[in-house]
Design a protein around this ligand. Sequence first.
Ligand code: SAH
Length: 219
Amino acid sequence: MSKIMSNNYWLDAWQQGKIAFHQSTINQFLLFYFNQLNIKSNSRILVPLCGKTSDMLWLHQQGHKITGVELSNIACRDFFIENDLSYKLTIDNKFKRYGNDNIELMCGDIFAFDDQCPFQMIYDRGALVAFPPIMRQEYVVLLTQLSMPGTILFLVAFESDCKPMCPPFPISYTEINDLFGHHFTIQQLKKQIVSEIPKNMLEHGCKKLFFSAYLFVRF
Ligand code: SAH
């Protein structure tokens, strides 16, 4: 899957409402581990490939400023509408910015995203695994640029023995170490079996699937 195919895949998914990845509740790993991450109050948190996750609202309610980056206008708009939040739409360089003082969603391709000021935390749930393996390296370079020594990266991913043709693309502990180990310390917090394997993954021979949660600290 190339970059263009990947972007089209996601834009179509939003257009057609095929958003099974979207959770109506706050992510269980975020809820469980967040306090242990000791994020300073009023931090800037980046949520790459944010979709319309309510995790952003929850993170803001913990006292932080949120920047999400998302390809689909539908997702950005629906986040504010469904949460009954006011927002302004502005054009900010290559991005459409849907935002208020607390939460801003930058609509566009994350690989065009650039921010002068590094983030104190990055929350990746379903972002790394949304990219086909050939795009991972470029994503890691970007996260390295958007962070600074001490930045916490909290990652929620999938791990499996199979290689599906469409997202999510599972990733192993070894692959994560190879990708991030040059710039981050890596601690696996959790590996938890997924009881119901999604249909597309079963079709690609995934017999076992795990959620995995990691804490990275940039050095
Ligand atoms: N983190 C969210 C969504 C995960 S699904 C959640 O937990 O619900 C991956 C999301 O990334 C989709 O909403 C998709 O539209 C978006 N996306 C995929 N490629 C992207 C890119 N290159 N730039 C920005 N967003 C992208």
